[in-house]
Design a binder for this molecule. Structure first.
Ligand code: HCA
Ligand code: CU
Length: 407
């Protein structure tokens, strides 16, 4: 669980007020308190990342771990290959808590594959922008509309629960988008996914788009947001979609996916728990392990700077930061690294300064008088070796440091 502090002792208190919509520290206007769910698409969108292909066993393990972590829905495509179909069947058979969605094109043959896997849920997708209708499906809007309705009827005739994805929704003609969303919703489809397939939206654009679709559909139809990261705005856009009324965010572990991927599970999970305060049922301490697992199975190194799960997410280097963190980590950390399965590290090198050098001397059990610390700091700078020493700052070390009196 994330550490919570009382109001008086909470260093994040004022930041939370701003996040909740206040500019003067005195607000009752809070962000979404309704539960926002998470769909993980590591096994579908994630496998579309260049170079990624999981084995059947790996897919099953990933699904188990995601389920134990607490995601609400897990998506996999059974139509890619025979072994994807096999993995889908086995994951469905495992009886996990999460819904398992078979991702299919909006055609009957694909729905039949989902049915053959014993799927209860399908996620079917069809392009709705003119550019994709022309270049991909080679059909016009009218034909797209009638194809969508045919497949929706087929899905419902087979008693499946379904999500319908209006692919490239952010570039579709609005009247057409609204009419197709409305028809799908009226036909009883449980969820509509509004993707920003090419990652072109600004957060306020995503807000407007989701609000518009929401206003044109039955209020019982829930909305998913699926935002691509081509301009680095995927996470911000997904949150803007939630603010506009979407109730599920699509993620993958480490954000892998087609091109630059979609929001990362770790970031969304922590934001929903800590900033939106609308989740308290996720095993956040698995986040680092989930990221390691994906790194191992994909061979793609998780960037050091990746929020929450990256190796430098809780690493402190500048002398002034070191000194503050050694006294109270909350000076530069908004969450306890252990609560997300990561570890705090401190780095001593040319940026350590007098303060950092003094701590280093004390940690090593040496005298920490002012002139020694100054000489060590100078030495570290003159070495020009960058970071000379890096160490974990875990409980035992923290205990020792608490008892030091470096000024
Ligand atoms: C795709 C397109 C998709 C679908 C998203 C969804 C997109 O690769 O099939 O099903 O919600 O980005 O539009 O990933
Ligand atoms: Cu996508």
């Amino acid at each position: 669980m994330l550490t919570c502090y009382s109001m008086h002792d909470d260093p994040n208190y004022y930041a939370m007020l701003y996040n909740n919509g206040s500019g003067n520290g005195n607000s009752s206007n809070t962000i979404a308190t309704r539960r926002v769910s998470i769909l993980d698409s590591t096994l579908r969108e994630g496998e579309q990342h260049p170079g990624v292909s999981f084995t059947v066993k790996q897919r099953i393990q990933i699904a188990w771990m995601l389920d134990y972590f607490g995601v609400d829905q897990i998506e996999i495509s059974p139509v890619i290959s025979k072994d994807h179909e096999q993995a889908t069947k086995m994951i469905i058979k495992a009886g996990l808590k999460a819904d398992i969605l078979a991702h299919c094109r909006a055609i009957k043959q694909d729905i039949d594959v989902a049915l053959a896997c014993d799927a209860e849920w399908v996620a079917t997708y069809m392009s709705v922008s003119d550019v994709q209708l022309r270049s991909k499906l080679k059909i016009g809007r009218e034909e797209a509309f009638s194809r969508a309705m045919q497949v929706v009827d087929y899905i419902k005739a087979h008693g499946l629960k379904a999500r319908f994805t209006l692919e490239d929704a952010s570039r579709a003609e609005p009247e057409f988008l609204k009419s197709i969303a409305k028809a799908i919703s009226n036909a009883g489809i449980e969820r509509i996914s509004i993707p920003d397939t090419v990652g072109i939206m600004l957060p306020r654009g995503m807000y407007n788009l989701v609000s518009m679709v929401k206003d044109s559909i039955d209020s019982r139809t829930k909305i998913d947001v699926h935002c691509h990261n081509d301009l680095g705005l995927a996470l911000a856009n997904a949150l803007a979609g939630v603010d506009a009324g979407a109730d599920q965010i699509h993620v993958t572990i480490d954000g892998i996916g087609e091109r630059n991927g979609i929001p990362a599970l770790a970031e969304v999970a922590v934001i929903l728990t800590m900033l939106y305060k609308c989740r308290n049922d996720l095993r956040l301490d698995m986040l680092k392990d989930l990221s390691r697992l994906i790194e191992q199975y994909t061979g793609i190194k998780t960037p050091e700077s990746k929020p929450i799960v990256g190796d430098s997410a809780f690493k402190h280097k500048a002398g002034t930061h070191l000194a503050a963190v050694l006294r109270d980590p909350r000076a530069y950390e908004i969450i306890d690294p252990r609560s997300v399965g990561n570890r705090r590290r401190i780095v001593f090198g040319e940026l350590a300064g007098k303060n950092g050098a003094a701590f280093l001397l004390s940690i090593l059990g040496l005298d920490t008088d002012f002139s020694r610390a100054e000489r060590l700091a100078k030495g570290l700078k003159e070495l020009r070796l960058g970071d000379v020493l890096e160490m974990y700052l875990d409980e035992s070390m923290e205990e020792r440091i608490k008892n030091l009196s470096v000024t």
